[in-house]
Design a protein around this ligand. Sequence first.
Ligand SMILES: *Cc1c(COP(=O)(O)O)cnc(C)c1O
Length: 394
Amino acid sequence: MGRAPARHTIDVVRPTFAHIDLDAIRANFRAIMAHLGGDCPAADVIAVVKANGYGHGAAPVARALESAGARMLACSDIEEGVELRRAGVSVPILVFGALSVSDLDGAFTHDLTPTISSPFAARALRNAARRRHATMVCHLKVDTGMNRLGFRYDNLSETLPEVVSGLGLKVDAVYTHFATAEDVTHPLFDQQRERFEQALNQLSAMGVHPRLRHAANSAALLRDPGTWYDAVRPGLLLYGVSPSGRDHGVSLMPAMTLHSRVVAVKGMRVGETAGYGARMAVTHPTTVAVVPAGYADGLDVRLAGRGSVIVGGHRVPVVGSVCMDSITVDVTGLDVTPGDEVVLLGGQGEVTIAAEEVAETIGTVPHEILCRTGSRIVRNYGPDSEPASVQTAR
Ligand SMILES: *Cc1c(COP(=O)(O)O)cnc(C)c1O
């Protein structure tokens, strides 16, 4: 008889970890619902959990949203949808991506709701449905100006008859996606709205009456109630992050904080540099702290010389290069020792660093900051964000 394999009761936890506040995600979901119309919402929320729940962990985030009352979730491909089902999600799951080159089995076996966004994908799905003597309930995507996925709004009379006639596919909803919702000066937003209306009218004239119409991502949802239709599709807002940085009357709680610890402190002399490339020679005697988080953890290399972290309640600049596994920060004049907590995202005392700020610093959208949180970073779940809780993380 073999012995039972040893149980690993001691987990090794890196000093760099993310804390994910699932209560914040639930509260953000409720805040969005309230914004849409309180107890009697005019529009429903399709909660977007693609890309591993924007880096927060798809399964726990999806279950939290389901428990908060989300009646539909959305992800980007069939594989993500299958993962959500395996995590126990039972509400409908919309798949955004093109299915032209996908293995479609998962959509049937795991009861996913695909998007048909091209004639090719529609054909593939219809054939797969017919082989199973099934009818696939799907959402139809109309391209109103993004020029990515979707049936062109100005060509529907050519392309749609094939999709809406015959067996195999049932168009339950129709949607579009905005390219410039966070830019209030761009004219494309209003054009897309008009084109979507035009497409809806055309569908109706063709005798197609989908149960749902939806269009709004986070930015559109905040910007214009005219985009709410029957459902909205927020991603970013659910995670407590604002697409534009403007005040918008929905109170949000950031769900992710990113923590680390100082592992070394050392002095640099005038003229010396830190890290690869030997750039940015210091002009005064400098004390740097080494923080064991780098681009492999998702930190952008452009944060070198631009970004900050929080140590001892102070904002301190990233000096030298962002390496694969570490950064150096300037802690000159501060009382810092190895072991001290470092906050990369979140707050310490009164000082905070938000995903919006990091995005702004390196010229990207906050979505990217959240999504790129490295796969080796342990996500520690719970309502409290005390760093001590990492000790008990499994
Ligand atoms: C990602 C995505 C969303 C959510 O966008 P946010 O800006 O995060 O709110 C909505 N709809 C589609 C089609 C998407 O791909």
